[in-house]
Ligand binder design. Structure first.
Ligand code: AMP
Ligand code: MG
Length: 330
């Protein structure tokens, strides 16, 4: 058994669990008060910032020399008009860190403004904001990258529905992968580890395709044409966030295709939207590339500048999907 990245893995799990307790509370509190509305971004703002503060603090304590490249910074939150939001964030962060001040919260959030380097962490404190606001699927995604390759990935999916061994449904799961050490699923407390692997589906008609809920985030029409071309029989499953990678890694779905929406044809994917999810699927036996079969390159900055679109499969279907997609692209 390899112990390479053991401390990184354990720290990342601890950080993501602490953040998911915070985001779960916020989602519950706000849904309980019926105050989650699409136009009102404040709940997600609080959860984003709180999650980022907690994770950056825990990572920085354990690995003070590692840069963290995270989605948020404290610029907006520090403005006087957001004083109340900052108090809310501080309140939720104090559940993990009693007596924390608002100033410290902002400092911890800004630990996430590090540079893309030889070795760095990347974090999406709430992936799938729109899903979070709907009270639906979202993820907390943390990954360690070295030399442009993801080495450790931890994905918390607090609202995922999982089939347990006894045939009962369970809610919430942590997904953890270390390069060359496989992928596992844990419960939300970090226990009950079980190895996971991708599906063994080798003919497209049996495959389940997953895609974003938001039509602004990927080309739904193209996916429809792709499914038709491949003879996929079942309708696609739409889900927010990197939970899509998790259902690929557990074998529930076999194909995830994300091509830029016609509304944003030049969109380049963000590193934190794919780092944790991609290693999870790879270590579960699957394959992750861009639309033309190139591996994802995490050396270019905050965006995957060298990649166009994302194709994720169980591996067995990969070349079939990439070829079919190629025939549909201009
Ligand atoms: P999903 O829930 O899979 O639709 O993905 C959520 C992620 O989509 C967010 O974390 C954003 O970073 C990302 N996103 C935002 N705008 C776009 C866009 N125009 N195209 C693709 N992804 C986007
Ligand atoms: Mg995201």
């Amino acid at each position: 058994m390899s112990f390479l990245y053991q401390r990184e893995k354990e720290t990342a799990i601890r950080a993501v669990i602490a953040a998911s307790i915070l985001t779960g509370r916020i989602q519950n509190d706000l849904i309980g008060k019926r105050s989650i509305q699409k136009e009102d971004r404040s709940p997600v703002t609080i959860a984003d910032f709180g999650s980022q503060a907690v994770i950056c603090k825990i990572l920085n304590d354990a690995f003070p020399d590692d840069p963290i490249v995270a989605e948020e910074d404290s610029g907006e939150l520090s403005k006087p008009e957001h004083a109340e939001n900052l108090l809310h964030v501080t309140h939720y962060v104090s559940v993990s860190f009693p007596r924390v001040s608002s100033g410290e919260v902002c400092q911890w959030i800004d630990l996430g403004s590090g540079p893309v380097s030889f070795r760095y962490w990347t974090l999406d404190p709430i992936d799938g904001t729109k899903g979070f606001l709907r009270g639906d699927q979202y993820a907390i995604a943390l990954a360690l990258i070295e030399e442009g390759t993801v080495r450790v990935g931890v994905l918390a999916c607090p609202n995922i529905i999982l089939n347990s061994h006894e045939g009962k449904e369970a809610r919430g799961g942590l997904f953890v992968a270390v390069r060359d050490q496989g992928a596992v699923q844990l419960d939300m407390t970090g226990h009950s580890s079980r190895k996971i692997k991708v599906s063994s589906v080798n003919s497209p008609p049996q495959a389940l395709l997953t895609e974003s809920v938001e039509s602004a985030h990927s080309d739904h029409q193209l996916n429809l044409e792709l499914a038709e071309k491949l003879g996929i029989l079942r309708p696609s499953v739409r889900m927010d966030s990197q939970v899509k990678y998790a259902i690929l890694a557990t074998g529930e779905a076999s194909i995830y295709v994300r091509m830029p929406s016609p509304q944003t044809p030049d969109y380049r994917e963000k590193i934190w939207d794919h780092a944790a999810g991609s290693i999870l699927v790879q270590e579960a036996g699957g394959k992750v590339t861009d639309a033309v079969g190139r591996g994802l390159d995490f050396r270019c900055g905050k965006r995957l500048e060298e990649n166009y679109g994302i194709v994720v499969t169980n591996g067995l279907l990969h070349s079939t999907v990439v070829n079919a997609l190629g025939s549909l692209l201009p």
